[in-house]
Design a protein around this ligand. Structure first.
Ligand code: FES
Length: 256
């Protein structure tokens, strides 16, 4: 993120940070400096309102990608609070800092060589700090316990909502990059344990052997921007009130 030149109010009324009419202005601290921002804004929008611009890594802005993990303190409160900047609304006098991502080493692996229960997991001392810091309310420590017992299915299910923000690793006494460990658990579960989806075979056949979509994709790739926009705007959309059995009028691309 970087400070931008110009009037911060102009940024705030851009596409990203439109304050609610009549919202009270409150002080917040961003990277040690005090700013007045409308009380209705999320942390991410408040940072933009203060005049910063997210050049890269601001993520999805929808609470899905985990790129906006934020740590903050409130006056008179000993606790360190965490939240997603795109989802958490500012409070008076909060002192903010961003953690764009938490570093972890990349580990290559082969499915067939993985050990049932890696010893590294036992560095977990079951302090539960990871659970307390998780902005997605995942039972992080329980999921580690499940993995220690070899219950990959349970760990995969428990961590389904993980958005890989890495805050659990920031608190872990055992230095475990849990968000990556859980991702591996979900991959193993999806690849080796979960029952195979029967319809998937048919879909792969349609795509790779019948090449049903090749012609349509090729024609899309040959369109210029204007043609693409037109095609996008004129596409047939499923009505909001569509019944279960709704189907588009163009049936050539359906899998069934
Ligand atoms: S920007 Fe993706 S979760 Fe906040």
């Amino acid at each position: 993120m970087s400070n931008v030149e110009g009037n911060p109010a102009e940024i705030s009324v851009g596409k990203k940070a439109r304050p609610v009419a009549g919202a009270r202005m409150i002080p917040v601290f961003i990277m040690g400096r005090r700013y007045e921002v409308p009380e209705s804004l999320t942390i991410m929008k408040a940072i933009e309102y203060a005049g910063f611009k997210f050049i890269r890594g601001c993520g999805c802005r929808g609470g899905i990608c985990g790129a906006c993990a934020t740590v903050y303190r409130k006056p008179g409160d000993y606790r360190i609070h965490v939240g997603l900047a795109c989802q958490t609304v500012v409070e008076p006098e909060i002192y903010l800092t961003q953690i764009p991502f938490y570093p972890a080493n990349r580990v290559g692996y082969r499915f067939e060589e993985l050990k049932p229960v890696p010893q590294e997991l036992f560095r977990c001392v079951a302090c539960n700090a990871c659970t307390k810091i998780c902005p997605m309310d995942i039972e992080v420590m329980d999921a580690v316990s499940d993995l220690k017992q070899g219950n990959i299915k349970k760990a995969a299910e428990l961590t389904f909502d993980c958005i890989q923000c890495g805050l659990c690793a920031s608190r872990c006494f055992g230095e475990l990059p849990k968000y990556h460990i859980f991702q591996l658990a979900r991959r193993i579960y999806g690849g080796k344990i979960a029952p195979k989806a029967e319809h998937l075979k048919g879909a792969v056949q349609v795509i790779t052997k019948e090449k049903r979509y090749d012609k349509m994709l090729k024609s899309l790739m040959q369109m210029n921007e204007e043609e693409l926009r037109k095609a996008y705007l004129e596409r047939e959309m499923e009505p909001v009130t569509a019944a279960e059995d709704w189907r588009p009028s163009e049936k050539r691309f359906l899998l069934e």
